[in-house]
Write a protein that binds this ligand. Sequence first.
Ligand SMILES: C[S@@+](CC[C@H](N)C(=O)[O-])C[C@H]1O[C@@H](n2cnc3c(N)ncnc32)[C@H](O)[C@@H]1O
Length: 207
Amino acid sequence: MSLSDRQLWDVRYRQGAYAERLWGSAYFQQCMSEITAQQAGARALDVACGRGRNSIYAAQQGYVVDAVDVSPTALAQAAQQALRAGVTVNWCCQNVQDSEGVSAWRPQREYDLIVMFRFVAPSLLPALVRHLAVGGQLLVEEHMQWSGPEAVSGPSNPSFRVAPSALRQALLKNAEFLEIIEEFEGIVEEPDGSQAALSRIWVQRQK
Ligand SMILES: C[S@@+](CC[C@H](N)C(=O)[O-])C[C@H]1O[C@@H](n2cnc3c(N)ncnc32)[C@H](O)[C@@H]1O
C-alpha cells in the first residue's frame, strides 16, 4: 500500500467513516459466545482494526489485545473509544500489505484469537494461522464478489471483495493443522438494513 492509500484512509476516517460502528461485529459476538472461556492473559490480535470496534469488544471479554491498522487517524479514534469504554488495547500503526496485495508483515507473537474483518488480504491468512497458539482461533469476514440479482452494500470495486472460496483456498496449505469450525458465503442483513454479500471463515489450530 502506498503512502497515498494511507492518506486516503486517514481522510475517510477524518470525514467520519464507520463512526456508527461502535459495537463489536454481530458475527464476532455470536462466535465469542461459543469460544470457550479463556485463561487470564489470553491474547488477541485485530488485523486492520479501523476504529477498533472488535478490538474493544475483545478487550471487554478479557483478552489482552494488540490491534494494527495503517491509518493513524483510525487508531486515534479507536483509542478515544477504548478510553470511553474503560479498556486498554495496544494500538499499532502498521502497514500489513503492499500495493500488490502482498503481505510481508508478520505478527510478533502467538495469539489465542486473531480476527480480520472487512479487510481483503487473503495472502495474509497463512501467516496469521501460523501465529495462532495451539487451540487458538482465527475469524475472518469479508465482503464477497457477488453475481446474484440482489443489490449488495459494500465496496463497488470487486478488488476490494474476496472471490468465492478465496478464504478457504488461502488456508488449504495449512489444512493439516487447522479445523474449520464454520464457513459461510451468502447474503446477510447489515445493522443498517442493507444486504451484504459476505464470506466468513472460522478456524482453530489443532497442533
Ligand atoms: C473496511 S475497514 C474495516 C475496519 C475494521 N476491521 C472493522 O471491521 O470495523 C478496512 C481497514 O483496513 C485498513 N487498512 C487498509 N489497508 C491497510 C494496510 N495495508 N495495512 C493495515 N491496515 C490497512 C484501513 O485503514 C481500514 O481501517
